[in-house]
Ligand binder design. Structure first.
Ligand SMILES: *Cc1c(COP(=O)(O)O)cnc(C)c1O
Length: 372
């Protein structure tokens, strides 16, 4: 049996008629950039997340960059974030011209540790970017309290968290702005690149609409230096069709996670926790393979040999990456992030998995330890 980390073809075949119809409608309308379909998806996602506005952009990366630029964050400003993330979270801080400052993560959730964030605040700090890693929200109540006390903005990196919630409030409604990604393998994925920013701030939304369209303040008039970063109508139409399935997909991921939690109990692995009050959407089901006790590479090899997909998100924290060393205090400076990078292992949890496939994954993990 083969179990990949995601099965985008199965996802497409599961709703082929709706997607094909949506694509054909766009082709026939010949309205390809922005337009009604993008506007409709923006309204729908804003309302789904519980935010007042949403702005469709070209990628999840731009969905983090545009709010920073629109907030006027740039040279001389510091932005605190996690190094245990996909590179885009930190990249956008540098692209905006600001200085990334790394804080450490909480070992149980892999999300930003508010105490570490507090220790990194300086008079130059302007914003915090918490990452809702693997589909679980960071500790937003504590981070918001810090932001209020020090007058900081929060831009949620919600790329992995569409539909996730904390205290009943969804990702996208906690920060001053939040960036979502529609990269094909995300919980809501396009047939290409796409992203969306949510915010309650009307002025910020207007500024981001301007920025995504070359800084345009009207046809061929430019108020600011902007970007070409628009969501296109084909992607919006596909995403709109997939939105109908998002809740069911997230529930299927949660059911797979609940299954693994039982099937993998008792093994020398640390299973992911769902903090009380959190609605985790399991973009990834990520276990910790304790270093010094279990050989992660040997376990990976065993799974590979049995056709079980697995991945390490992420093998090297950003503060130890060549491109980011100049903003880093080097190895040992963020011990929880560094240990997580050495211990994490993600297993297939995608919604189209069959009961046989997930049982096979669990058996394969178990057999590594029992030798059967
Ligand atoms: C996917 C992802 C991004 C970037 O999204 P793109 O759409 O690929 O640009 C940013 N942050 C995190 C945590 C991600 O997982």
């Amino acid at each position: 049996m083969q179990v990949p980390m995601a099965d985008l073809r199965a996802q497409y075949l599961g709703m082929k008629a709706e997607i094909d119809r949506a694509v054909l409608e766009v082709l026939e309308s010949a309205q390809f950039i922005l337009g009604d379909r993008v506007a409709r998806l923006e309204t729908r996602i804003a309302s789904y997340c519980g935010a007042k506005h949403a702005v469709g952009v070209a990628s999840g990366t731009d969905a983090l960059l545009l709010p920073l630029v629109a907030m006027g964050i740039g040279p001389g400003d510091e932005v605190i974030t996690s190094p245990f993330t996909f590179v885009a979270t930190v990249e956008v801080i540098c692209l905006a011209g600001a200085t990334p400052v790394f804080a450490d993560i909480q070992p149980d959730t892999f999300t930003l540790d508010p105490a570490s964030v507090a220790s990194k605040i300086t008079p130059r700090t302007r914003a915090i970017i918490p990452v809702h890693l693997y589909g679980q929200l960071a500790s937003m109540t504590e981070l918001r309290a810090l932001a209020e006390r020090y007058g900081l903005k929060i831009v949620e990196d919600a790329a992995q968290a569409i539909g996730a919630a904390q205290q009943g409030v969804r990702a996208g409604a906690w920060g001053d702005a939040a960036g979502f990604s529609f990269f094909p393998t995300k919980n809501l994925g396009a047939a290409g690149d796409g992203g969306m920013v949510t915010t309650d701030d009307e002025e910020l939304a207007a500024k981001m609409r301007e920025l995504r369209f070359h800084g345009s303040g009207g046809t061929y008039y430019y108020r600011s230096i902007g970007y070409n970063s628009r969501l296109d109508a084909l992607q919006a139409a596909i995403l709109d069709a997939k939105m109908n399935a998002l809740e069911a997909w997230n529930d299927a991921r949660r059911a797979n996670a609940a299954y693994y939690r039982e099937a993998l109990a008792g093994l020398p692995l640390v299973l992911p926790i769902e903090v009380e009050g959190n609605h985790h959407i399991y973009h990834q089901f990520t276990v910790r393979v304790p270093k010094g006790e279990v050989d992660r590479e040997a376990l990976r090899g065993h799974l590979q040999a049995r056709g079980v997909g697995n991945a390490v998100y992420y093998p090297l924290p950003i503060h130890l990456q060549d491109a980011y060393l100049r903003w880093s205090e080097g190895p040992g400076s963020l011990p929880e992030s560094e240990r997580a990078a050495e211990e994490v292992l993600s297993l297939p949890v995608y919604p189209e998995m069959t009961a046989e496939q997930r049982a096979y994954v669990a058996d394969s993990v178990r057999s590594f330890f029992t030798g059967r």
